[in-house]
Ligand binder design. Structure first.
Ligand SMILES: Cc1cc2nc3c(=O)[nH]c(=O)nc-3n(C[C@H](O)[C@H](O)[C@H](O)COP(=O)(O)O)c2cc1C
Length: 190
């Protein structure tokens, strides 16, 4: 199994990254290969709405650090998106990547039976961490993106969500989170 893991936080040792790392380590132990990128370290733009991917190309025509990432996502079996919650949504780094996924949709995606141009059965795993301990706060984030990723051929989607973790040290008090990450990787890869 071929996994692409994208770290959406600028904190490379932050909450979402630590959980994603645990997920990926377990996935590798179970035989998966993982390619990962820290989005904050890449230089790229969000979607320019040029519609070239609908009118003259089946790929995004922008050439920047996201080009190989998009290519890897095309070929992957599983996409892991790890992000802090910023202002009730994913980080801007991750949102800019998601907007560039527009190139995965066919020109008539709004009406087509098969909306995407990707091959194979793909799975989305989202890892979201937030400072607020309120489980009801920002619970709309995952279903919203799971729907769009289903349009793009990710029929299965899973969530690891941790509320009430502002600082990375707060995860130390939540050993169950690492067990959850391990168990999910074992379930999906093992
Ligand atoms: C710019 C910014 C915006 C934030 N917005 C929210 C928010 O809307 N809701 C929330 O619960 N926490 C918010 N937080 C807290 C982070 O979601 C929380 O610290 C998270 O666990 C950080 O994950 P990371 O360590 O992976 O970066 C915000 C933090 C920053 C820096």
């Amino acid at each position: 199994m071929n996994i692409v893991c994208l770290y959406g936080s600028p904190r490379v040792k932050g909450n979402s990254a630590t959980i994603a790392k645990k997920f990926c380590e377990t996935a590798i132990e179970k035989g998966a290969t993982v390619e990962s990128w820290v989005l904050n370290k890449l230089s790229f733009r969000g979607c320019q709405a040029c519609y070239a991917c609908k009118e003259k190309s089946d790929k995004c025509v922008l050439e920047d650090d996201l080009t190989p990432v998009l290519e890897a996502v095309r070929k992957c079996d599983m996409l892991v998106l790890a992000s802090p919650v910023y202002y009730g949504d994913v980080s801007s780094q991750l949102k800019a990547f998601i907007d560039r996924n527009f190139s995965f949709l066919v020109p008539d995606y709004a009406t087509a039976q098969k909306r995407h141009r990707l091959e194979g059965d793909k799975t989305l795993v989202m890892i979201l961490t937030q400072g607020s301990p309120d489980q009801d706060a920002f619970k709309d984030i995952f279903p919203k993106y799971a729907m769009f990723y289903q349009w793009m051929g990710f029929e299965k989607s899973e969530l690891i969500r941790v509320c009430g973790v502002m600082e990375p040290r707060h995860l130390n008090k939540r050993p169950e989170v690492f067990k959850e990450a391990e168990a999910l990787a074992e379930k999906l890869v093992g």
